[in-house]
Design a binder for this molecule. Structure first.
Ligand code: FEO
Ligand code: CA
Ligand code: CA
Length: 554
């Protein structure tokens, strides 16, 4: 079914209830589509890669939607547990945090059997009881003790774990000097235009990162971890400095004593992830989404150009550049630049007060700035990833019940002249959620080396198995080829334990292993002594434990 651009916009961004049955219609004419038949690299036969195709053209026999309390995989695949909530990560006794999300694996240079895994720890909410003994459902009538708040904040942020491959299986080394926790009390410095500004109350440093949802890596082997639903933690922990959260944080896992950096030039909002690449001129470009209903898609373009010989000094490219918000109606990136954009300088509040006095104000109140310049409100922009061959940008719009968009879709953005620093773009729907496609609420994305898209779903816990969502079973992991006879179709690869979502898919070892988080198993629990999931240990008395697995062929 063809969908026109204006129909799509009415559907996703402008509030109409139309098009609940949008299929993966192409919005671009044939000549506009970059390429749908790009050369696909052929993996060597007998490869252990997860993406090597079988005779059916797929690398596995798809599974059916499932409601079992297990991580279900197709025949011929298995998973090894890498790290679970509470596992020791270093000799000091630091432990792996709660609700694992984004993963990235950075091998030590020249080493095939040793590397550092970064994992985000996002939130506690309904499962907080298992972390600090506090019943979240009673939080309106009871207060957390100081010690409960410390435990709460310690278990968010991220973990660096040192993995070693022993007899073909990746394992956490609990004694490594690289094992590290960054958490809700870790000292962090600000960089970029808002650091030290009046907009940030003069702050150049802060304590803590939390709400760490997804993220990305840089070209100089550091991690960008994204602070998403920070208002939950600010409220739960009675914090009074909300402007210090909602940023992108850079962490250098290879330097255990390094201070993480919040890069203010990337704006403050509910950051889902970052997808970093280079423009034709060598500028750094970072694509980002704000995962809330009717929020925006952004990109950042650095002023300077990337110099591979400068290594970690390239980090400063993230502190001086232009932030843009997307207007999908006109296919334009609009600069959130106080000096150049009159709409920002003229913007006034209802009481007549000037909204922004300088660029720091724009960055700290990014959502307001995007609204003022006419960016298009979208249906919860989640993960963005860049296609490894044609360089188009795939974006998950997870859903937005305000517009009757219950199942979400994946959209593909093509920059004009295929240049990431350009200010014009085209887009099309790549795949739409629903009964026919077999998935709902797309979230994190990852490309394998053959440019197949892997996507996890995030049906909200209270809706899993209910009404319109019953047919999808538990949340899952899906495989969607981006070319060939199965282009745009979704095939289920994994089904998540009860009450959980799968997050943070990350391919390593030339696709021979897929790191994946199992987040919030048992979130449907009503009685804490009788959890709805006991994944993965299943021992009587044990609690459900979020964590990370490594998936490989059996
Ligand atoms: Fe934390 Fe937008 O998912
Ligand atoms: Ca997410
Ligand atoms: Ca999500």
């Amino acid at each position: 079914m063809k969908v026109t651009r204006s129909e799509f916009l009415r559907y996703v961004g402008k509030g109409a209830l139309a098009l609940a049955a949008v299929k993966s219609g192409s919005l671009l004419s044939k000549s506009e589509i970059l390429t749908s038949s790009f050369p696909i690299p052929t993996p060597r036969s007998r490869s252990r890669s997860l993406s090597t195709a079988l005779e059916n053209g797929l690398p596995f026999t798809p599974i059916r939607p499932n409601t079992e309390d297990d991580l279900i995989l197709p025949e011929g695949f298995q998973y090894d547990i890498i790290a679970l909530f509470g596992d020791r990560v270093n000799r000091k006794g630091d432990t792996f945090g709660f609700n694992a999300d984004f993963n990235c694996f950075l091998p030590f240079p020249g080493k095939k059997d040793s590397g550092l895994l970064w994992t985000n720890h996002e939130y506690l909410r309904d499962l907080e009881y298992y972390v600090n003994g506090f019943d979240y459902k009673k939080s309106s009538s009871q207060k957390r003790t100081d010690s409960q708040i410390e435990t709460y904040l310690y278990n968010l942020g991220g973990s660096v774990t040192h993995l070693r491959k022993v007899n073909g299986i990746w394992k956490l080394d609990p004694d490594s000097k690289f094992g590290r926790r960054i958490h809700g009390r870790t000292p962090i410095r600000f960089a970029g235009p808002a650091s030290g500004s009046e907009a940030l109350d003069g702050k150049t440093e802060t304590y803590g990162t939390f709400g760490n949802c997804s993220g990305g890596i840089t070209l100089w082997d550091t991690v960008l971890s994204c602070e998403e639903n920070v208002s939950w933690m600010i409220e739960d922990c009675y914090l009074t400095n909300p402007k210090e959260y909602g940023w992108v944080v850079e962490v250098d896992p290879f330097s255990p004593d390094s201070t993480p950096i919040k890069h203010t030039a990337l704006g403050r909002f509910e950051h889902e992830n970052t997808a970093l690449t280079l423009s034709k001129s060598g500028r750094l470009v970072v694509y980002m989404g704000d995962d809330s209903k009717d929020q925006y898609v952004y990109k950042y373009v650095s002023n300077g150009t990337y110099d591979p010989d400068s290594g970690k000094l390239n980090s400063s490219l993230l502190d001086s550049g232009t932030l843009f918000a997307a207007n999908f109606e006109f296919g334009k990136w609009i600069a959130l630049d106080y000096e150049k954009n009159q709409d920002l300088r003229n913007a006034k509040a209802k009481n007549g007060n000037v909204l922004f006095k300088n660029q720091a104000d724009v960055l700290v109140h990014c959502r307001l700035a995007a609204e003022c310049v006419g960016a298009t409100p979208m249906d919860r922009p989640e993960d963005l990833e860049i296609h490894p061959i044609d360089k188009s940008i795939y974006v998950s719009f997870t859903n937005n019940d305000k517009h009757g968009n219950l199942f979400g879709q994946i959209v593909r953005i093509v920059e004009k002249d295929h240049d990431h620093e350009g200010i014009e773009f085209e887009f099309e729907v790549f795949a739409a959620g629903g009964g026919k496609s077999g998935f709902a609420s797309p979230d994190n994305l990852a490309f394998d080396r053959l440019a197949n898209l892997w996507m996890v779903t995030d049906i909200t816990t209270k809706l899993i198995g209910n009404h319109q969502y019953a047919k999808f079973g538990n949340n899952g992991l899906f495989y969607l080829p981006t070319a060939g006879r199965h282009q745009g179709k979704a095939f289920q690869f994994a089904s998540a334990p009860v009450g959980s979502e799968l997050t943070g898919p990350w391919f390593a070892e030339k696709d021979k292993v897929l790191f994946l988080s199992v987040q919030h198993p048992g979130e449907t629990t009503k009685d804490y002594s009788n959890p709805s999931s006991r994944w993965p240990r299943r021992k009587k008395g044990d609690i459900p434990r979020p964590g990370v697995v490594a998936i490989r062929r059996s």
